[in-house]
Each structure stands twice: as C-alpha cells, then as structure tokens.
Write a protein that binds this ligand. Structure first.
Ligand code: GLU
Ligand code: ZN
Length: 295
C-alpha cells in the first residue's frame, strides 16, 4: 500500500463537528490518496483551545470511523507541536523576517483588513505582542488541480500577516506549512475556502526552504440559507445511521457518478467504489456548491 510517493492528509479543526462540507473534503483527499496507493494521514488542528468545542475531537474521530475512513499512522495533534512553532517563530523574529506588532484591534479597524505596516520598523520586543511575518511585494501563483491558475499579490492583497497572536496562540498558516512538510505531505486536498490562504503558505515554504505540495481545492458546500457549512455556523454532527447515502451524495458533489444502489452498500464498499472509479478531473471547477442541488 505504501509504495506510492503520494502522501495526503485530512486536517480538521475541532471547533465543531464534521459536517457535510468536511465530509466532501475528507472524501476527496482520501480517494485521491488511495486511488494511487498513497498514504492518508490525519492531523487534528487544535491550535485554538478557546474556540475548541468540548468533545469535538472524539466526535470527529468517531464520524471518520463510522464513515469507513482509515488513516495511516498515529493521529498528530498540533497541540503537541508548540515547541516547534515557538522555535520557528523565534528564528524568524531574530532574523528580522517577522516583527512584533502591538496594534490594538481598534487601531487596525478601518484599514480594510490589510495591515498598514505600523509596527514594521518599530523594533518592539516580542512579548505581549502579536508576531507578524513581513510579506514581499510580489505576486504568488500556483496551478490548482481543479480550480486552475490562482494568483495573489501578497503585499497588496494580504499584507504582513500574524503568525503568533498576542495571546500566544499560533496561527494556522504557520502551523499548516510546518506540519505538512514535517509529515512529508505531497498533496493537499481541501476546501476552496483555503485557496486564498495558499499564496501565504507558498511564501512560507519558499522562506523556509520547504518543498511545495500539489494543491487541489474542492468546492465549498453552501447551505440553502447561504451559510457556508463550517466554523462560524455550528452544524449538527454527521448522522451515524446514514453513512452510505451521505457518502454517495458526497461522491456526487465531487462530480463522480456512483450508481444509486451504492447507497444501500456499507461505508467501506462505497469508499472502495470511490477509490476504483476516482476521477479528479470531474470535480466541478467552482469555489462553492449549493447543498440543495445535490439531493
Ligand atoms: N484545519 C483547516 C480547516 O479545518 C484545514 C487545513 C488544511 O486543510 O489546510 O479548515
Ligand atoms: Zn502593529
């Protein structure tokens, strides 16, 4: 099984239960890995305890098992990697690639989300402050396997971004890049809400001399009321008694054409069908998909 150089992963944040949108992302990364005999790793992105929902980690693992997913190796938790993140941030700070920012939320209001660079050359010490990474005045681009060419100018569209919050919490952008490289991930398959984050991650990879994985961003599932399924909006857990039909619906969301009877199979059988018939080129080239259209 592990003769393929492909290493994929699923990296849920335990701020809530898995929902249909996360099932679609998990399924895409799983099938993309298994269809070429690759590994599929699981990483819990538990960087933000205040936003963690009690019980969410167990519920996520339980859902994945109920839906038939099997991951390789031990589950990795980002909460066990603080030492590595701290060491990296210290190095970036000492090299002047990152700097301390003492701006209050209020001070940052009105700059349209783009950091105005107030503390860039202030030389603040690194405690009681957020740490921001300097971004170059450059456009970063990559070719997503589904969404095609994506480009973003880091200076003009993103600005210097936070890699450690003032309260000491580490930023997703930094942790994800470090951990994907540490785990040897060759292929990142995830929701299209993270397309906008990818250029920041490309810059971090370049800065740290890390290899760049391939990227595949699947459409984000939108609820009938226009809600994005996910973080801010707390969805109910995936039902445990409907795994096969929901897996079949997730396959359809990914442009695959499972036969209707597959909804009566067991979860493992649905996944096996998905592996045997996986065609990434059929995934809709769209950033969002309305859940209502899939029923
Ligand atoms: N933890 C992130 C999320 O749940 C996904 C990270 C990733 O796949 O890069 O949105
Ligand atoms: Zn500042």
């Amino acid at each position: 099984m592990n003769d393929s150089p492909y290493i994929g992963r699923f990296a849920p944040t335990p701020s809530g239960y898995l929902h249909f949108g996360s099932l679609v992302a998990a399924l895409a990364s799983y099938l993309d890995a298994r269809s070429v005999g690759g590994q599929w790793l699981l990483r819990m992105e538990d960087l933000d305890p205040p936003r963690e929902m009690p019980g969410a980690q167990d519920a996520i693992l339980h859902s994945l098992e109920t839906y038939g997913f099997e991951w390789d190796g031990e589950l990795v938790r980002q909460s066990a990697r603080h030492h590595e993140y701290t060491a990296l941030i210290r190095r970036l700070f000492e090299q002047g690639l990152a700097y301390a920012c003492t701006c209050s939320r209020k001070q940052l209001e009105g700059s349209g989300g783009l950091y105005p660079g107030t503390c860039r050359n202030a030389g603040h010490p690194d405690h009681d402050a957020a740490i921001r990474l300097r971004v170059p005045e450059l456009e970063y681009r990559f070719t997503d396997r589904v969404q095609g060419e994506f480009r973003q100018h880091l200076g003009r569209e993103v600005g210097d971004f936070v890699i450690r919050r003032r309260d000491g919490l580490f930023a997703y952008q930094l942790a994800v890049v470090l951990d994907d490289a540490w785990q040897g991930v060759t292929d990142v398959v995830r929701g299209a809400d993270l397309l906008d984050s990818t250029p920041r991650q490309l810059y971090l990879q370049e800065l740290l001399g890390l290899p760049q994985p391939r990227y595949l961003h699947v459409p984000l599932i939108i609820q009938p009321d226009g809600h994005k399924l996910g973080k801010s909006y707390r969805s109910p857990p995936l039902p445990t008694d409907q795994a096969p039909p929901l897996l079949v619906r997730a396959l359809r969301a990914l442009g695959q054409r499972p036969p209707a009877e597959l909804g009566n199979a067991n979860p493992r059988e649905v996944l096996a069908w998905g592996i045997a018939h996986w065609d990434a080129s059929s995934i809709p080239r769209s950033r969002t998909l309305a859940e209502a259209q899939l029923r």
